[in-house]
Design a protein around this ligand. Structure first.
Ligand code: ZN
Length: 371
């Protein structure tokens, strides 16, 4: 999913569920920052204190830098980053590779939500943790059927990916041009092993580019190796065509996330100011089905209102530098301990905890030794 859903959608759902503005902002910011915390950099204070920052996502350059640090090449990094933060394994299937496939609203995803909601109530980094949970949970509604490691199960048949039923012919051109650019970009890097994996489409949903992340898109594709137990492919004349209607899945994710937030708000705030989901369901459906680029979809979220009051107040905007720049305050402050209450310090507390929890606790409990 992209900025429209991870920040603005998350914020709107949190507000509607009765979470006050400031806390909803922290949750939504953390949800989007999972995609923007791409630097594996730490800051040291002259008193000896350290802010240990981890990458919760990667851009291309960072993949190359990290490649040499891994004993097993980029594969360890895939397991540290893509598996816990973007492709939570569904833990179903007959072998390890199938179990790693992400599954929509999977059992591990539900367990993670329950665990993090419980912790969010008692930890100082609870809101940041809840934001990370919202990111990971919502990703299961777009990334299902793919895994966060290099796997033949992520490959699709060349040329099989197609957008379906787009009303605006310009959007079809736009989506296809993005697909073309995406594939070209990754082919360029194919001298590096990591990129070779991405260019052949064996890592994550690299093979289907950003198709799963566009809420309005209905599209189809065909896996190179059909999945037996984790997706619902439709056999058409001996072919196994996967048809995905993103808006159905995105809407389902929104409704479920809203209810998790409702549970949190009910337990944490004395009299939460709640908007019933039914009252905004049609508007959310309309936002999700809007055929537009990310900016256009963000404008739609920003225009969402209930009883003539905007759900997202005008001053609310996402700027990825806000928390990133807080890292510089760490070494500038009088004592390192003063920064323990900063959002960026708390985000990295939450991210480190989440990674440990998924890789060393949740997945092993489901019989998966991924890391
Ligand atoms: Zn993600």
């Amino acid at each position: 999913m992209q900025l429209d859903m991870h920040f603005y959608g998350t914020y709107a759902l949190a507000r509607a569920a009765g979470i006050p503005q400031e806390d909803a902002y922290t949750i939504a910011y953390a949800a989007q920052y999972v995609d923007d915390s791409t630097k594996q950099d730490s800051k040291q204070h002259e008193d000896g204190g350290l802010l240990y920052g981890i990458a919760t996502s990667h851009d291309g350059g960072q993949c190359v830098l990290n490649y040499h640090k891994d004993v097993h090449g980029s594969r360890e990094e895939q397991r540290r980053v893509w598996v816990p933060f973007h492709f939570l394994p569904g833990a179903e299937g007959k072998d390890f590779e199938e179990q790693l496939l992400c599954k929509k609203n999977s059992k591990p995803a539900q367990e993670m939500m329950q665990n993090h909601l419980r912790l969010a109530a008692e930890k100082p980094y609870g809101l940041e943790l809840l934001g990370i949970a919202a990111h990971v949970y919502m990703d299961t509604f777009s990334h299902f059927g793919f895994s966060g490691v290099s796997s033949s199960l992520n490959k699709i048949i060349d040329g099989s990916i197609k957008p379906l039923e787009l009303k605006d012919p310009k959007m079809a051109d736009y989506v296809l041009s993005k697909l073309g650019r995406f594939i070209k970009r990754y082919k360029l890097g194919s001298v590096i092993s990591f990129f070779a994996e991405e260019s052949t489409g064996s890592l994550g949903h690299g093979a289907v580019a950003t198709f799963p992340d566009r809420p309005y898109l209905k599209w189809c594709f065909e896996y190179e190796y059909p999945h037996e137990s984790t997706t619902s492919s439709i056999p058409i004349e001996a072919e196994q065509i996967e048809v995905r209607d993103n808006k159905v899945h995105f809407f389902e994710g929104c409704e479920l996330l809203y209810h998790y937030f409702r549970g949190f708000a009910g337990a944490r705030y004395p009299e939460p100011d709640v908007i019933p989901f039914e009252d905004i369901a049609d508007d959310i459906k309309e936002i999700i089905t809007t055929e537009d680029d990310c900016h256009g979809r963000i404008d739609k979220w920003r225009a969402l209102s209930w009883k003539n009051t905007p759900v997202i107040s005008q001053k609310i905007r996402y700027n990825k530098s806000d928390w990133e720049n807080q890292k510089f305050d760490f070494d500038d402050s009088e004592e390192s301990k003063h920064n323990i209450s900063s959002n960026v310090y708390r985000f990295h507390q939450a991210a480190a905890y989440h990674r440990y929890y998924v890789l060393k606790d949740l997945l092993p409990a489901h019989g998966i030794a991924a890391y």
